[in-house]
Structures are given as structure tokens and as C-alpha cells.
Design a protein around this ligand. Sequence first.
Ligand code: GDG
Length: 465
Amino acid sequence: MGRLVVVSNRIGDPRKAAAGGLAVALGDALSQSGGLWFGWSGKINESGAPGEGELHMQRSGSVQLVTLDLSQADHDAYYTGYSNQALWPAFHYRLDLADFGAGFFAGYQRVNRLFARKLAALLQPDDVVWVHDYHLIPLAAELRALGCRQRIGFFLHIPLPPPPILAAIPGHEWLMRSFFAYDLVGLQTRSDADHFARFVVEEANATALGNDEFEAFGRRVVARAFPIGIDVDEFQRLAHSTESRETEAMLRDQYSKRRLLVGVDRLDYSKGLPRRFRAFRELLANYPENRNSATLIQIASPTRETVDAYDDLRRDLEGLAGEINGDYGELDWMPIRYLHRTWARRRLPALYRCARVALVTPLRDGMNLVAKEYVAMQTQEDPGVLVLSRFAGAAEQMREALLVNPYDIPAAAQTIQRALQMPLAERRERHAALLQRIRTNDVHWWRKEFLDALSAIEPRVRETS
Ligand code: GDG
């Protein structure tokens, strides 16, 4: 394989300790083949002209990190606008929250064109290009328009909704056509891949050629599920860090008489946090033996704070946490510890280890890595229980979790009670099966499966007319 070029909205420095599993896994692949990671620098140039941006180059070992500043107008239309106020809600089945504001779409196209122009100048003929996520769906089409004939793959980290929802997105024909400029499109689950197949066949008159291959617009594309995993070993190593051990000792001491439940999420409406809090309140109401005992620690890390829907959500949650603590709290016990801030990654393992139950109850999620991180951190001797939404992509693989419908609050409360009461033998059995699966299908497996599939595609035969 030639050099690997990864493109994503934000890039991670693979050598930095704070990097998550994805940055580490992509970093490994980039280091092996020598590579380049391209993305937005995170900086906004307030006086910059739309469609223009300054490039910054940096080396990290054998990996070249290349970033681009965005003008204020481009950032607002491409990132805050079309990516996060149109595509993010629509792809999470939330058309009610989607805003297809004037200028968003044009900004999205402009920035993808800008990325393509800057990147094309850096590409070598045998490079393999791997584009990530919904911010950059049209990037391959823009690169092809500039004459790039390299293998180009795309991975969508968020769900792909069914055809009737996709068809409600203004410009959906153009968006779906953009997928055909790739050689390989990776989705999180079989159900997302099924939505892709149905959409392109029903709406774009594509021909299904078998083996997950489709032909339309004079091109062929393979679209298949590649469920993302975590770096289990890296995460388990984190648990041995000083911060993690100190945090674990503190939590065990502070909560020695309580039963801890944990939730770790970005503060996003897709994660189902208000309904989770309501299910927890129902647990306290319906199963009083949990009063003065069950304590939910909810980390909700701030995200996209300039978007109104996120502000409304924050206020909702603060209100709910206050109500529940006011109604049920005692002088020496608060049912919910709600922390609206980002926790150091090194301290997360401790939280997972001390929690008897993890609540991972999104209304919709591409995969959800927290479910996998929680399982990775449990001991075989006395493992905790994962309560997982059936609407998280992870539910397709993690059948031994207790699956819930997060919209059904009484049933969710009942399932949490079942998790808290689960006998040791059943906990061990479920955990062993889950751990084995997340180990087999870890992030390194995911990367290799995707890149092997991409390498197996011969780019010259992709053009069919
Ligand atoms: C997208 C898709 C898909 C969370 N809070 C803190 C923190 N985290 C870490 C978790 C986990 C990661 O962030 C979140 O992973 P998720 O999978 O939940 O989700 P998204 O950010 O929504 O990502 C998702 C994922 O892409 C990968 O393809 O699974 O479905 O939406 O690793 O531990 N980390 C730290 N402090 C926090 O407060 N350090």
C-alpha cells in the first residue's frame, strides 16, 4: 500500500498522551506507511476571506500533520451551520431540530472545495486517502474534479437514517451522488448499510451488483458496515496511571456505602440524557430500596455551545438534576452528581471501574464507544452491568448488554433495577462474552478491515462510463 492520507474535520496528534483510541489507531496506521493527516486547525481567522485558508505543517514522527485555518464565514456556514445544524440532527433522525439555513449549504461546498484544493497539491499518485465523517461527504467529488485518481475511502461515524428521512434533506440527491466519488464507503452498522443500499437503489436508480457494490452516475462504490472499536489494551493501560488509581481510591472511599451508576457523554441531544435522568427518578420512585444508595455520576462534556439546541438541553438537565436531588436527596446523599465539564481521559477508567452499572442510553448513536470502554474496564471477578440503548450502533454487536428502549421510561427504570440486582454468575457470563467481542473487533481490527477492503479495490476500473 502507498502512503496513507487521513482527512478529518479535526486532527489528533497520535503521539500526544491525551489522544483517544481513534487518534492512536489512525496514528499507528499513518506511522506504519508514513503518512499525512489533514484537517481544520481549530482556528478561526476573523479577517480571512471565505474559501481561503492558511496551511500549517508540522511533523509528528513519520506523520505529517497539515492543518488549515478557516475564515469566520466558512466556519459558521460549514461547521456550525450545515454540518452541525443540518446534517448532525437529520442523520440522528431529528428533522425537527434541523436548520437548513440560507448560506449553510454553499459554505459546506466552499469549505470542501477549499480542503480539496489544498490537499490535491500535497497528494502523490499512489496515496490511499481515507476521509472521515459527515463534515466532508463531498470531498472525494471535489478531489476527482481536480483530477485525483487515487483510491479514496470514506467512513461515516454517525448513523445513516432510512430513505424517507434522507429524502427530507434539501439537496439530498447531490449529497448521495457525492458518495459515488468514493471507492469504498464504510458505515457503522448493517442497518446503516441497509439504509444506504435502499436509498441509492430507490432514489438514485443505482444497480446493486452484489458483494455490497452499487453502480450509479457512471461510477461504482462498495458500501459496507465496519463497526468501529476501541483500543482495549491502551484503555486498560490507562487504568494503571497515577491519576486513575488516585481517582479510584477517592471514589471507593467517598461512595463506600453507595451503589454507583455512571454516564459519560458529550452534552448532545442524541445521547438521551433528560430521559436517562427521568428513568433514574422512576427507579428511585418505584424501587425505594435504592434511595440513600443508588448514585448516578453523569459526566456531560460541553460541546457545540453556540448552537441553541445545546443550550436548551443544558438548562433542561440542570433543572431535572435539581428537581431529583431536591425531591430525593438527604443531608448525606445526593442521587445525581451532574458534572458539566470535560474529565481528564486518564481519570475515566476509575469512574468506569467503580460503577456497578453504566447507563448508555442514546436516542440514536452511530456506535457509542463509552459502552465498549465500560466493558473493557470491568474485572472478570466482579464485573458491572451495561444498560445499552437498542438505538446505539453498539447494540448490533453487544447483545449481552441489557438492551433498553430509552423512550420507554418505566421499562428503562425496570431494566436499571434488574442491572443493580443481577447475580454475580450472570454478570460474569455477560461480561465475558462482551469483552471477547470488543477485543476481537477492536479499533485495530476496524482500521485493518477498512484499509484491506479499500486496497482490494482497483481504482482504474471504477469509472463505468
Ligand atoms: C462519534 C459518533 C461513534 C466523553 N466525555 C469525556 C470524554 N469522552 C470520550 C469517551 C469516548 C468519546 O469521548 C465519545 O465517544 P462516543 O462514541 O460516545 O461519541 P461521539 O463523540 O458522539 O462520536 C459515535 C464515534 O464517533 C466513533 O466512531 O461511536 O456514535 O457520534 O471515548 O470516553 N473523554 C474525556 N473527558 C470527557 O469528559 N477525556
